[in-house]
Design a protein around this ligand. Structure first.
Ligand code: NDP
Ligand code: BG6
Length: 511
């Protein structure tokens, strides 16, 4: 049956948003991709929406450069996203730059001087957010130098805050993640550390919480009695782009599963926190991650729970090994699909199928909750086949929204049934584009709300699962086990990913 656009009315007051107290922001790696594609545009949009502090400054930090060239670059970036000349210049006027080697003393001395002077000019009371938009091997050294320079100390009469934002990847495995954490915590308290997983800032990912816990309708059904299985898909159309240097050492499991995929799984499956407070929320997230059943350590058994793939040439596109910067014999996985089990009372026996990959058929991220079929179909003799089970789909991107399929009677004098899709589409209901995840996350950093940031115990729990797999892959590859399946660019991944579900009598949805 055709999909039908439901008529959705939105009631309720628009929410009040809070403006942070005055502060400074220091962006390390301010000439980089993340700074110019995400951070600076997000800060600018927050300012446009009246959500930046009444008074603030932005300091770029890097190996070379000065305030004039940084301001010019900021203006180019903002104009590139549609800012008018005057508003771009106004924003750039709050920006400054400090230069020096990341592992030398000069940069930190310059930063100390700049922060002190600008804090006085902008009356920020010394509040300062440091953002590490830098290659990962610089995260710990820079944090420790900031600490040594006294820049992370929260002191003074006004008890100014100092916070540090760390980008993923948080280490390469459990041991390196623990070591990074140890070094961060040698200069910072956990409440000063903001580990960003930008998926947690996506509007539709946050909506999982509201949808589950603000509606009576779903909670009674949200368990093993009614849910057959869950599918989480994050498919990317793009290949490795210009990030081969990083990606070829990381692979899909580290790049997407350890963080985005497992965080979404935790939101879908966690118990409700008593209140929406950062630590109560994060306690539930970590409990869920700790309930994930470790994947098999025996290579052949692991192959039956987790499929890895690498894209080959297809649809006029190069294969992964032909990409610039990728080794011709690279065995890095650009795709992974897994069956995960959550060993707790609510989810016993319910598989969670997760898949993510680059160069798939199209860009789409969704979470599909597949319900069990009705226990007995009274229409069976009249309608061929039994009623299709209901599916609830949370569309994370690019068509943000929610869709639910229900069985309904087709119009006519006969008893004909069909599946009907009721769809709520974010843009058509709210009339706006969902905000960029970094806007929300940067705002929360300034407000001191850690709810949407990964706590160290959750990070470790996710690494525990992933590190086991990485070790088995390494050992298995040496023995010629643990298959790396090829899949043509532009497809939905290797057939083995389909076989993973087929073995359970299920199949992947085509999003
Ligand atoms: P870039 O490769 O663009 O590097 C950022 C800046 O770091 C550069 O502009 C440069 O600044 C400095 N830098 C780069 N290489 C070196 C080096 N070898 N030695 C010293 N300094 C160097 O990184 P991104 O902006 O893409 O990413 C920054 C962080 O954010 C990383 O941890 C990444 O994993 C993470 N991330 C990025 C995402 C993205 O969309 N880009 C998404 C998710 C996470 P300068 O020359 O001015 O010193
Ligand atoms: C990043 C990964 O964390 O997320 C990238 O490093 C990936 O490889 C990106 O492309 C996907 O994010 P989004 O928001 O485009 O889905």
């Amino acid at each position: 049956m055709d999909a039908v656009r439901a008529d959705v009315e939105l009631h309720g007051e628009p929410c009040g948003e809070t403006r942070p107290a005055p502060c400074g922001l220091v962006i390390f790696g301010a000439s980089g991709d993340l700074a110019h594609r995400k951070l600076l545009p997000s800060l600018f949009r927050l300012q446009r929406r009246g959500l930046m502090p009444e008074s603030f400054f932005v300091l770029g930090a890097g190996r070379s450069g000065d305030t004039a060239s940084f301001r010019a670059a900021v203006i180019r970036t903002l104009e590139g996203i549609g800012a008018g000349a005057a508003e771009a210049a106004d924003f750039a006027g709050r920006c400054g730059f400090a230069a020096g080697a990341y592992e030398g003393d000069e940069l930190y001395a310059a930063l100390a001087r700049e922060i002190e002077a600008r804090s006085a000019d902008h009356r920020t009371g010394g509040n300062c957010l440091f953002y590490l938009a830098l290659p990962p091997d610089l995260h710990a050294p820079v944090a420790q130098r900031l600490g040594a320079a006294g820049l992370l100390r929260e002191s003074g009469e006004e008890a100014a805050w100092r916070r540090l934002v760390v980008e993923k990847p948080f280490g390469r495995d459990l041991a390196s993640a623990r070591e990074l954490d140890r070094r961060l915590k040698s200069v910072l308290g956990e409440r000063q550390i903001y580990r960003i997983d930008h998926y947690l800032g996506k509007e539709t990912v946050q909506n999982i919480m509201m949808f589950r816990f603000a509606n009576r309708l779903f909670e009674p059904l949200w368990n093993r009695e009614h849910i057959d299985h869950v599918q989480i898909t994050v498919a990317e159309g793009v290949g490795v782009e210009n990030r081969a240097g990083y990606y070829d050492r990381a692979g899909c499991l580290r790049d997407m599963f350890q963080n985005h995929m497992l965080q979404m799984l935790a939101l879908v499956a966690m118990e409700p926190p008593a209140r929406m407070e950062a630590d109560l929320h994060r306690d539930e997230m970590v409990k869920l991650l700790r309930a994930l059943r470790p994947l098999p350590r025996e290579p052949a058994e692991l192959d039956r729970s987790l499929v890895r793939g690498q894209y080959t040439p297809g649809a006029g596109m190069a294969g992964y090994r032909e990409e610039a910067g990728v080794a011709a014999d690279s065995v890095t996985e650009t795709f992974a699909a897994a069956r995960l089990m959550v060993d707790n009372w609510r989810w016993s026996g319910v598989p969670f199928y997760l898949r993510s990959g680059k160069r798939l058929a199209r860009r789409v991220s969704e979470i599909a909750i597949a319900f069990k079929p009705v226990p007995h179909s009274i229409f069976a003799p009249l309608v061929p086949g039994s009623a299709a089970p209901n599916v609830l789909v949370l569309n994370v991107q690019p068509e943000e929204g929610i869709a639910v399929t229900v069985e309904a009677k087709r119009p006519g004098t006969k008893t004909c049934m069909g599946s009907l899709t009721l769809r709520f589409d974010y843009r058509s209901v709210f009339g706006v584009e969902p905000p960029e995840a970094y806007e929300r996350l940067l705002l929360d950093c300034m407000l001191g709300d850690q709810t949407l940031f990964v706590r160290s115990d959750a990070m470790e729990a996710a690494w525990e699962l992933v590190t086991g797999v990485l070790e088995t892959w390494q050992a298995g590859s040496a023995r010629g086990a643990c298959t790396l399946h090829g899949y043509p660019a532009g497809s939905w991944g290797p057939p083995a990913a389909g076989a993973l579900l087929a073995a359970d009598g299920r199949r992947w949805r085509t999003p």
